[in-house]
Ligand binder design. Structure first.
Ligand code: ZN
Length: 605
């Protein structure tokens, strides 16, 4: 039995999985003699939105050895416990019913939580070590439950309930915990213990998955030259019928994926869904260096009470997004053609964000809290994604550095430098520091590059850059709403006109979700929320809109009827040519040896 000598001790009990309630306690052996303040974070690092986790605390009380103590709520996430000269214990219940990677979920099938949802921060003790006792649910039904987390365990078995500990609060909340029955897949990139823990019904080729993740992880480790100082890494994967998402942590990642992403596959063909899942794993793994350790100075330390602003997310999410797919190609898990398809789709996504002419990537990063994370029907007109355009900035930087240094330097060198000089030394990056480092290390002046593409709203010079890698870039109109680019299609399958709207299906009716700026739909007065009724006298459904449009030419004037709320409106729309907002990249079969060499060096062929 290990003696629990920590001054801050938490216990977590899956008290009532049927009611989705965790019972948590927090003991403070030497509370502040003036009264102890406690708070719960309002947001979780990696997901830049105020989520007010404290709203899920349903009951809370405090006691010491003499009885109950007064616990006064000061604001939405902070409490003050009355003075006590002896140990105080705070008891509280947390409602957990968010099946996402960002908070907590508890039901009879499993339990998952982030520390930001469960652990009150004891003010004044943030830097002190603490313990967590995870208590197994009592009913026999849960007898096979185990624990998966990278919190340090006091037991010899990694999957036991019992005592865990963390050196400080910052670490305590950065090791998510999964409890339940799960599959464990073990693999060892660079001789370090890695596991994928899968919860939920699935049918995956475990050997193949381990093999491919090993290659991807090794590619990232090779880029940075070493793995951070941790002895175990966990991919915590929750399989659901339909879902997608991930959140990075210092020694693990939480992922949600759809069952179809993990189907049995064979080595000859990787499905698009499986490829996307591997890219997600790759993305979160790259974050182990980039954002978990190489990070903005503004995050050192995190202020978890309110928004923390930075213009640097292009580097932390954009560069990470660039390398997540690049690593699939470099590791040989996907072909060059498959990689170019993924890259084409990223370019397509950027081209369909008309907000890129209004908002810069730097501003998108700064306003992530209120814009990127709170997207509404006007999002395509108003915002640009620091993920996707950030990827293109990273790609353009990489190709430019390679080009101007005769392929002796690349973005890889920058990342390695950022790791060695900042991440590894726990030094935060000031707001424009990465830009200065890139110019300094490469001896290339990138001032106008960043002014145009990061702080300005110009499109990146991709055509010119791809030329040096022997890659052709082609733009065409979309074949349908589900056409994401990356593939050539027959010219006659593309309509000559487009309305400039995006629709969703509701009981087979077509409801307008978004109306693009300057589109003929906007000029005609169509609005998000309108239900499309008829087009040139014929009934519109969500599936026939494309074929209805196929009969017409630009400048044709057509009557459209819509229901706006419950009122029928007749509008006249003057049809326009579609935008060439769909990208297809392909290998130039006539590329010179020099171009081929450039491509090989870039993609590690
Ligand atoms: Zn990310």
């Amino acid at each position: 039995m290990i003696k629990n000598t920590f001054q801050i001790k938490y216990t977590v009990k899956c008290k009532n999985p049927e009611a989705h309630l965790f019972e948590v306690s927090c003991s403070i052996s030497k509370p502040n003699p003036e009264g102890q303040t406690l708070s719960l974070p309002n947001w979780i690092p990696g997901s830049y939105m105020i989520r007010d986790f404290a709203r899920n605390i349903t009951e809370i009380r405090a006691e010491n050895d003499s009885g109950n103590l007064n616990l006064k709520k000061i604001n939405k996430n902070t409490w003050l416990c009355e003075k006590s000269s002896s140990e105080i214990i705070i008891h509280y219940s947390v409602y957990a019913f968010d099946l996402s990677v960002r908070s907590a979920h508890l039901d009879t099938s499993h339990a998952f939580f982030n520390g930001t949802s469960l652990f009150l921060m004891v003010q004044g003790y943030e830097d002190m070590p603490c313990s967590v006792e995870l208590i197994k649910p009592e009913k026999p039904y849960y007898k096979n439950w185990q624990v998966a987390t990278t919190l340090a365990s006091s037991s010899s078995d990694n999957y036991d309930f019992g005592l865990y500990h963390a050196p400080n609060y910052d670490e305590l909340i950065d090791h998510p915990v999964e409890m339940g029955e799960f599959t464990v897949i073990k693999f060892k990139p660079n001789n370090i213990e890695h596991e994928m823990v899968i919860t939920g019904r699935h049918c995956t080729d475990q050997t193949l998955l381990a093999e491919q993740l090993t290659k991807i992880c090794n590619t990232h480790i090779e880029l940075f030259g070493e793995f951070p100082d941790i002895n175990r890494y966990l991919f915590l994967t929750m399989v659901v019928s339909n879902g997608y998402g991930g959140l990075e942590h210092r020694a693990s990642t939480s992922l949600v994926c759809s069952r179809k992403d993990l189907i049995n596959t064979n080595k000859l063909e990787i499905t698009k869904e499986y490829r996307q899942f591997l890219a997600l794993c790759s993305h979160e793994y790259f974050h182990t260096w980039n954002v978990k350790r190489i990070k903005p100075a503004a995050y050192l330390p995190y202020n978890l009470d309110s928004e923390v602003y930075t213009q640097q997310l292009w580097a932390f999410e954009g560069i990470t997004s660039y390398y997540d797919e690049l690593a699939l190609a470099r590791s040989g898990v996907i072909s060059t053609e498959s990689y170019l398809e993924l890259l084409s789709q990223t370019i397509t996504r950027v081209l369909r964000q008309y907000g890129r002419f209004t908002q810069s990537v730097a501003d998108s990063s700064f306003d992530a809290w209120t814009k990127f994370y709170k997207q509404d029907e006007n999002a395509p007109n108003a915002i640009v994604s620091y993920y996707t355009k950030g990827t293109l900035i990273a790609l353009s930087l990489d190709l430019t550095i390679r080009l101007k240094t005769n392929n002796t330097l690349s973005l890889d060198n920058i990342m390695k430098h950022l790791w060695l000089e900042y991440g590894k030394k726990n030094i935060g990056l000031k707001e424009t520091e990465i830009e200065e480092i890139i110019s300094k290390l490469t001896d290339i002046d990138f001032t106008s590059f960043f002014n145009q593409y990061l702080y300005g709203t110009e499109d990146l010079p991709l055509k010119e850059l791809f030329k040096h890698a022997g890659i052709d870039i082609h733009f065409r109109a979309a074949e349908s709403q589900t056409d994401l680019g990356g593939k050539q299609v027959k010219t006659d399958s593309i309509n000559k006109v487009s309305l400039g709207i995006r629709t969703k299906s509701s009981n087979s009716r077509a409801i307008i979700q978004q109306v693009l700026n300057h589109s003929c739909a906007q000029l005609a007065g169509l609005s998000a929320g309108d239900e499309l009724v008829s087009f040139d006298g014929l009934k519109i459904t969500n599936s026939n809109l494309n074929s209805l449009l196929s009969e017409f030419q630009p400048n044709d004037k057509i009557e459209i009827c819509v229901f706006r709320r419950d009122e029928l409106l007749k509008l006249e729309v003057c049809l326009q040519s579609p935008d060439l907002d769909t990208c297809v990249l392909s290998i130039n079969s006539n590329a010179s040896d020099e171009q081929k060499k450039f491509r090989s060096k870039w993609l590690h062929l």
